[in-house]
Design a protein around this ligand. Sequence first.
Ligand code: M6R
Length: 365
Amino acid sequence: ARGEYRHYMLKEIHEQPRAIADTLENRIGLERVYEQAFGHAATDLFADIEAVQIVACGTSYHAGLIGRYWLEGLASLPCTVEVASEFRYRKPRVAPHTLFVTLSQSGETADTLAALAYARELGFAHTLAICNAPESSLVRGSELVLMTQAGPEIGVASTKAFTTQLVALLLLVAVLGRRHALSPEGETHIVQLLRSLPGQIEQVLGLDAAVQAWVPFFANKQHALFLGRGTQYPVAMEGALKLKEISYIHAEAYPAGELKHGPLALVDSDMPVVAVAPNNELLEKLQSNLQEVRARGGELFVFADAQNAIREDAQTHVITVPPTDDLLAPIVYTVLLQLLAYHVAVSKGADIDQPRNLAKSVTVE
Ligand code: M6R
């Protein structure tokens, strides 16, 4: 039941610290990730993996995009990510020793299931499902399985399923990475950060009132632009999907560096521009992109790390986010974008848990 919450979506947003803690339980020690979490055959099947292909749809696809930055950046494993409805209808070239990974909340998404069946024909080394539904077709059809422990997700807009998928992907980075470029210290670092994650999510949930205060700037707008760089680009994509899905405001995400290659032409005071700006090596680049928006009369809404020098001005609204490690930033900042979409949609009187034209589980093509 929704209990004290007005909608399932809000309840599920607030469940994320618990869902993440449950997804980590019995999967990590003090310094190591237990690879049995992926199934008894994990040690054997992971032994010869040299590349990863991720396939998923919608929000789960966005998790996969973030996973690629981690698998390549931390584990040095080549990784490609594709939406299932495209993958299944082309003729991909499969490099030897490639692990085929599906991500799915429901485990019943028709295109993802079809992609898994196709993957077997294509000759992938092994298959792994990261899934939230234990008895699902996807779980039954995969050699290895890592269950996210989000619990039932009722709201059509995926929230806790997404953040637990990201946690699961970090576990995967650890177990594959230790066979490649990830040092024992690197793995310990991931484990320690993961332990701190539920507490960090609690902290950003405390920024709810600040996020709500932005609602009037969005509620009567037709369009919104979301910007991010690096792992924050897929975070921006996820923020835009949440907003369009439940508030019916047209929202697009761009890697901030692409602004001047087209979308800058759209920027004016009628199009709020949301930016996710954790403190990382791309911050300076992002700052100059934000300046491009200001110079065109755009209004900025920035989620910024407390240590950043992004100041409020007539065109710039800032919500200050507690400092977080670069690795956890995509998870932490996503929660804020979930809250933004939620509150904007509530103010518009939209049907939050059951948006028009959408189904929770897309079991048809
Ligand atoms: O159950 P799945 O994770 O396979 O579902 C994939 C998408 O249909 C799903 O993530 C969809 O995009 C959500 N409604 C987004 O909030």
